[in-house]
Ligand binder design. Sequence first.
Ligand code: NAD
Length: 311
Amino acid sequence: AEKGKIGIIGSGLIGQSWAMLFASARYNVTIYDINLELVNTACEKIKTELKTMEKNGILRGNITAEQQIELIKGVTNLEEVVEGTILIQECIPEVLSLKQQLYDQIDKIVGSQTIISSSTSTFLPSALSEKMKHRNQLIVSHPVNPPYFVPLVEIVPSEWTEDWVIKKTRAIMEEIKQSPVTLAKEVPGFALNRIQYAILNECWHLVNDGVLNVKDVDTVMSEGLGMRYAFLGPLETAHLNAEGFVNYTERYSNSMYGVCQQFKPSPKFEGPLVKEIGDQLNTNTPLEDLPKRRLWRDQSLIKLSQLKKYN
Ligand code: NAD
């Protein structure tokens, strides 16, 4: 059966990923950018990408790459993306004034049944929407790169986002087989970056205090904690590491608290240690090798995402 329409605004890396995800679930997708050339380039890239993934057996959804390509259409005026759309996924650069300007334009033409969903990694939904007439239709749906193989989406409502918007956004994310979590309220960093920054802070201190070098800090995650975390979160990890979580706290809360009391305040990530960490990273992964290393990362994530289907 024919599905409704999804609009993608901004046809860069994240916009292209969203377009493919929505098309995989048979939505009609329109992609908009500031000029025709950008839109056409994005559509060409998507076409190649979908066909390559089909050939490699990693295409999502249960229709062919050709059928998915047919569902994706480039457009060059905003009205065409906004009109009659179930959900607009905004994917323009991370600049607050740019986004607010765009939302101001959308606000003038959007109907009352359209969800306005932002891919922002850092801006709170209230900051994006406070001046809008349709502010109760705006929500953040924050993906993780590369979204096609890392399924988490953080859904973040502002205090004025309406309940139906929160529920429907989540339902759509589930339908396209992403893995949404819904924050009950907006907090800076959402959840993923709050956890990521706590980890980065402690990594900084371990290097700064001369406990481990950069490579070994990363090994602690990639060969240790990260192995578990790809399958279990830290809370269930604790649950399994004792006879349940309550038992875990009985056994370990004192020693855990003792360690944590030694934690230092948040470092500022400035000064000579920045260069030192950069230099150590460059030794193993020189800057000119970053594209190659990213490709390797993405290919590894593809294998992991296949494994996580647990079949
Ligand atoms: P990008 O630079 O690859 O793409 C941005 C696109 O938006 C460009 O094609 C640009 O021409 C277009 N654009 C600029 N102004 C526009 C306007 N007014 N109307 C329509 N299109 C416009 O950026 P990206 O990496 O795809 O990031 C997009 C958003 O997704 C950002 O908010 C970013 O924070 C978020 N995000 C990025 C990542 C990531 O890893 N790249 C992860 C999660 C979330």
